[in-house]
Design a protein around this ligand. Structure first.
Ligand SMILES: *[C@@H]1O[C@H](CO)[C@@H](O)[C@H](O)[C@H]1NC(C)=O
Ligand SMILES: *[C@@H]1O[C@H](CO)[C@@H](O)[C@H](O)[C@H]1NC(C)=O
Ligand SMILES: *[C@@H]1O[C@H](CO)[C@@H](O)[C@H](O)[C@H]1NC(C)=O
Ligand SMILES: *[C@@H]1O[C@H](CO)[C@@H](O)[C@H](O)[C@H]1NC(C)=O
Length: 422
């Protein structure tokens, strides 16, 4: 018997802040962080839902930018939109002027309706929620690593700590290898070992490293039978087949046919309030161009139980992105250059963002999901003949995937699996 632990894992987004020149002996003052008062901040439901909706919209805008990028061609896409928005929202705490407005517009926050404080409070709620649910299989958080000679404004650190629950660390960035190791070790621990090398190298000009992480692990409400898992083909495109391992289950599944997008949507529930949505389109581009929060909401409501013979690949993938280009294309340009205004972090030194990187992993197996989820496609190539024909739903060609929380419809992860074997 195969062990039945399935994992859908994490993502991390990172922002690397570098500086132009060097400053002398300051002591990093996490000591000046005032104790977080138990002032229960009542955040207007409206503010929270505005930020929540903006985050959902951002997911798909970011997806389309990533999918269109030259580096993504012929590759799977998988990332955590909520991790990217949490890291950028935390960065925007320290941004001012055009740099700040570009971050707000890029993230979809309407500055005539939302202030930075509203955004901070909304994230405070979002970040608390996963830890507060009974499931201990979801966690999210942020951290900030600060050079021991660099002294950010105490208000900046205070807001990161209070609203983004940032863990703070003082490091010596002149020891590049050591500080990279500290950051990597932290992320590795937070992601249960899944992401062990977020940082490849650190520029000597680094003074601060801000990061966010998310980790999720769920068991399918109904697990797959490993006995039925078989080798099969996955059709990468019309002319390319790759061997894949396909899990199989014949049961009642929540499926919806979106006629307009010519896409079959399968909702696989985890044994929790989370689900994986798998979208198998006739034409990937049609789906990719039209997918939006409103559609996902409709799908979640529209899936109906029906008997299907479902085949889903069993797979593990890792992705890695440098988001500089993509974020610049989304209008967040100034932060990467000489026009950067991060005076909310420090007035004395001119700071810029040198890199935004993102890595993600996704593992799908029999325990993790009931026929579903995952990325990879393996089809139990079985020409099983049934007395009553049961429609077959084979994720044996490129499909998209979302991991979402059903009540809030928060999009934890989003991606496209075009080849589960790479
Ligand atoms: C921002 O909100 C204002 C007030 O509701 C609205 O008029 C404006 O169109 C919004 N801007 C964007 C970009 O949605
Ligand atoms: C959530 O839990 C993780 C893991 O236990 C912890 O590191 C993180 O700080 C927590 N986040 C919040 C917002 O409490
Ligand atoms: C955490 O859970 C407790 C008990 O269910 C609830 O009263 C509190 O409002 C929750 N906090 C958040 C931020 O969801
Ligand atoms: C799902 O969760 C319930 C309650 O925690 C538990 O009794 C059940 O065994 C779980 N099922 C699976 C397949 O893990």
């Amino acid at each position: 018997m195969m062990r039945a632990v399935v994992g859908l894992w994490v993502l991390s987004a990172v922002i690397c802040v570098g500086r132009g020149h060097h400053h002398a002996d300051h002591h990093l003052g996490h000591g000046n962080d005032k104790t977080v008062q138990d002032t229960v901040v009542v955040v207007g439901a409206n503010v929270v839902s505005l930020v929540h909706e903006a985050n959902r919209e951002f997911s798909f805008r970011l997806y389309r930018q990533l999918a269109a990028h030259a580096d993504s061609q012929g590759k799977n896409i998988f990332f955590s939109p909520v991790s990217v928005s949490a890291a950028l929202a935390a960065l925007s705490v320290g941004a001012q002027g055009d740099t700040h407005s570009q971050l707000f517009i890029g993230l979809g926050f309407n500055s005539s309706l939302l202030t930075q404080t509203d955004v901070d409070r909304a994230f405070q709620m979002f970040l608390q929620r996963p830890n507060n649910t009974s499931q201990e299989d979801a966690s999210e958080g942020t951290a900030v690593f600060v050079d021991d000679r660099f002294k950010p404004k105490p208000e900046f650190l205070q807001t990161l700590k209070q609203s983004y629950f940032a863990d703070g660390f003082s490091v010596d960035f002149t020891k590049a290898r050591e500080s990279a190791d500290s950051i990597n070790k932290y992320v590795e621990e937070k992601t249960n070992g899944k992401i062990d090398k977020l940082v490849e190298s650190l520029a000597p000009s680094t003074v601060m490293y801000l990061l966010s992480y998310i980790y999720y692990k769920g068991k399918w409400a109904t697990p797959f039978d490993p006995e039925l898992t078989k080798q099969d083909d996955f059709n990468v495109d019309d002319n390319t087949k790759v061997p894949a391992v396909m899990m199989n289950m014949k049961d009642h599944f929540h499926v919806h046919q979106d006629g307009e997008l010519k896409t079959t949507v399968l909702q696989l529930a985890f044994n929790s309030s989370y689900s994986m949505l798998l979208m198998l389109p006739d034409f990937m581009a049609t789906l990719e161009n039209a997918i939006c929060p409103h559609r996902v909401t409709r799908w979640l409501k529209a899936t109906r139980p029906r008997k299907y013979d479902v085949y889903i690949p069993k797979f593990s993938i890792k992705t890695s992105y440098n988001l500089n280009d993509v974020l610049s294309q989304m209008g967040m340009t100034d932060m990467f250059g000489g026009r950067a205004n991060l005076r909310g972090i420090s007035e004395e030194q001119s700071l810029l963002v040198s890199d935004v990187v993102h890595k993600a992993t996704l593992d799908v197996d029999e325990a993790g999901a009931e026929a579903s989820a995952a990325t990879g496609v393996l089809i139990g190539l079985t020409g099983v003949l049934n007395p009553v024909p049961v429609p077959v739903l084979k994720f044996n060609r490129p499909f998209m995937v979302i991991i979402t929380e059903r009540t809030t419809e928060k999009i934890l992860f989003l991606g496209k699996i075009i080849n589960p074997t790479i």
